[in-house]
Design a protein around this ligand. Structure first.
Ligand code: UDP
Ligand code: MG
Length: 320
């Protein structure tokens, strides 16, 4: 049985790209249906993320003229990540698999066919990984690379050069649905789910129309979520800094005492310097300790599930 697929596409002020993207997406889906790779009930679900332009009227129009197109409109702009989540959760009930792809179709639609092949082979998560980021502006490319490295150094499992172009099986979706957190960073969260996963090549194109909806501010907020949602390591760095300062203050103490004995300093300087460094290090240390507790509260308050069951082999009571 081929899977019933839903292609979820978040749209924020995409009136310029939407008609063209909708054509491409539905031609693609028709092809997949005729090849028997997905069931005829498969759909495209456009999620309107509180757009201020004609995005929603266009989606409504597409829905009324094209059987393959559904629409979901959010009450306001909640951001890329939450919009994707809304679409996936809405589609979860009736889909065997979900593919998420940006409405500007910068990602390689043909890679979805490969994703479906991987799904048929038994993979639950298939990531689209950018071959080359040459289509991205220089600044975006370098900041992204630095960010991936930073994440790695903090022990966050994230897929290099993967944005939010991916396929999730129903089982992976059900697992994802158990994460109630508000600060969503799907690129970090999904690798944590476990399950069999693999990657396919994604050849990035330049935006055909409209401009990037990711302002610098939105990008920075996403980056902060990408780190603070997964690790409290920055808090440990405060402790490390406190310890380093304490060490420096010991060295300073030696220097200050020597200067005092040798009468190299003005009166009052020694005690001032010593207390400055000492209090500084104690403050940092105690902040770090308090931070550790806050970090624990932060992790606990998310109420993330502890595990996901991949398979359950169980005999019925009356099987014996
Ligand atoms: N998007 C969204 N809500 C937002 C910002 C962006 O749903 O607040 C959508 C946007 O319509 C697009 C996708 O997220 O489908 C990626 O945005 P964009 O292409 O502007 O980002 P870039 O490719 O430049 O990183
Ligand atoms: Mg884009």
């Amino acid at each position: 049985m081929p899977p019933r697929l839903t292609i979820v596409s978040p749209c924020y002020n995409e009136e310029a790209t939407l008609p063209h993207s909708a054509n491409e997406l539905s031609a693609f889906l028709e092809r997949m249906i005729s090849l028997g790779k997905v069931t005829p009930e498969s759909r495209i679900l456009f999620v309107n993320d509180g757009s201020q332009d004609q995005t929603w009227p266009i989606i409504k129009e597409l829905h009324s003229t094209n059987i393959l197109i559904d629409g979901l409109s959010l009450s306001g702009n909640v951001g890329h990540q939450s919009a994707i989540m809304a679409g996936m959760l809405a589609a979860r009930e009736y889909s065997d698999a979900v593919v998420t792809i940006d409405a500007d179709l910068q990602d390689d639609l043909d890679a979805v066919e490969e994703m479906l092949d991987r799904l048929a082979e038994g993979y639950d998560i298939v990531y689209g990984v950018k071959e080359s980021r040459m289509a991205d502006p220089f600044l975006k490319r370098t900041t992204a690379l630095t960010f991936y490295r930073l994440q790695r150094s903090m022990g966050i499992k994230a897929i290099f050069n993967h944005a939010d172009f991916r396929l999730l099986s129903r089982q992976a979706l059900d697992a994802l649905a158990q994460y109630p957190e508000r600060n969503l960073y799907l690129r970090g969260l999904i690798p944590q789910l476990g399950f069999r996963s693999t990657t396919v090549k994604d050849i990035i194109r330049e935006r055909t129309a409209g401009s990037s909806k990711y302002t610098l501010r939105k990008m920075l907020l996403l980056a902060v979520d990408g780190i603070t949602s997964f690790t409290t390591r920055p808090i440990s760095w405060i402790i490390g800094m406190g310890l380093a300062f304490l060490l420096i203050s010991v060295c300073m103490a030696v220097y200050v005492v020597v200067s005092y004995v040798e009468h190299l300093s003005v009166p009052g300087w020694a005690s001032l310097m010593l207390s400055l460094w000492f209090i500084g290090s104690i403050l940092l240390l105690s902040m770090g300790v308090i931070g550790q507790y806050i970090g624990k509260i932060y992790i606990e308050i998310k109420q993330r599930p502890r595990y996901h069951i991949a398979q359950f082999l169980k005999h019925n009571d009356d099987d014996r």
